[in-house]
Design a protein around this ligand. Structure first.
Ligand SMILES: [Mn+2]
Length: 342
């Protein structure tokens, strides 16, 4: 691989949010900015770490816009990894990603197994955590860089769509690859000098806000911020009537995307709040989503979930704490005894 080269994170081209075509367009705009930033620094090889496209298919107009970028930068060699969004989910049909390979300046790695390129290792999205883990631990070839698409050191109980690289896998990869770039998580994180979670090219939701970067790799790694077309802002309001709500939302900036969260809303005033906020939405030319939280349903902020617990043990503790439930426990034990396959 020729130095310098660049790395770009999840682009999610065709991203659909808030029923906003404007936001979908901005997604392609951010991707183009990312390419341009690297191009202007002399980069002619760009690796993209998965989820270039938001789905296995994309609207015609998004496809055209993406091709316009690839045409404009036709002397860039794009090396693109299959992510969980754009790999062929049914494993039989063709993904829009695979069709992109017909372009002269694009190489796609989307075969559900490890592929070795010129100076790099590509680990695309795979069908199971087991295959992913075995594949990573089987690597015995040295490379300048490795790209993959997964959660990193996650303690979450992952769904079939999420792969996870654990510490053992990461240690193994680090032995063979000088630099590791990981796509999938949308907020960028530098784990150490060698391991980068790239983050997406655009802020995609209110849970993952913050700056976005492209990565310029020469002797060292330089992070270059990607400009964002619109700010995403969250407004928290404790309900104290319609007038107060309308007051707080009267001068919204069209250059922002808002999430309005109304808390402590009495059940009896839900309808009037809904009507008020709908009237704000109708008159606002930007994008706004809202969450109306009734009294007794306060939003729980989850910053960390450790799913390493045993459900039966937890249930036993629960029963111990609630003596009245002891009969239920016995009843369940009896049932389990009767039917082995429960
Ligand atoms: Mn992903």
């Amino acid at each position: 691989m020729l130095m310098p080269y660049g790395v770009i994170g999840d682009a999610h081209l065709g991203f659909k949010a808030y029923d906003s075509t404007r936001r979908t367009e901005e997604c392609t705009w951010c991707f183009e900015q990312a390419v341009k930033l690297l191009y202007d620094k002399g980069v002619r090889t760009i690796l993209q770490v998965g989820d270039l496209i938001d789905d296995t298919t994309w609207p015609n107009w998004v496809e055209k816009a993406a091709h316009a970028v690839f045409n404009k930068y036709s002397d860039i060699n794009f090396i693109i990894l299959g992510g969980n969004h754009d790999s062929t989910k049914t494993y039989t049909s063709v993904s829009a990603l695979d069709v992109l390979e017909e372009r002269h300046n694009i190489t796609i790695h989307n075969s559900f197994k490890i592929e070795y390129g010129n100076g790099y290792i590509a680990i695309p999205h795979m069908k199971s955590q087991k295959e992913f883990r075995e594949a990573v631990l089987s690597i015995d070839t040295y490379a300048d860089m490795c790209m993959l698409h997964s959660m990193t050191l996650s303690k979450l109980d992952l769904g079939p769509n999420d792969l996870n690289i654990d510490q053992e896998m990461l240690d193994h990869l680090t032995k063979y690859c000088k630099r590791i770039f990981i796509g999938h998580q949308h907020s960028p994180v530098i784990l150490n000098d060698n391991v980068y979670i790239t983050g997406s090219t655009m802020e995609l939701n209110f849970g993952e806000l913050g700056p976005r970067f492209v990565y310029l790799i020469d002797d060292k790694v330089e992070l270059v911020p990607i400009p964002q077309p619109r700010l995403m802002k969250r407004i928290d309001i404790s309900w104290s009537g319609v007038n107060d709500l309308l007051d707080r939302l009267h001068d919204l900036d069209e250059q922002c995307i808002y999430k309005v969260v109304v808390n402590y809303l009495p059940h009896s005033e839900y309808s009037i709040c809904l009507a008020a906020i709908d009237s704000v939405c109708v008159n606002f030319k930007g994008d706004l989503i809202y969450d109306l939280i009734k009294v007794g349903h306060e939003e729980v902020e989850i910053s960390h979930i450790d799913a390493n617990f045993d459900l039966i043990t937890e249930f036993k503790h629960f029963c111990d704490d609630h003596k009245a439930l002891v009969y239920l426990e016995e009843a369940i034990a009896e049932l389990v005894g009767e039917e082995d396959d429960i």
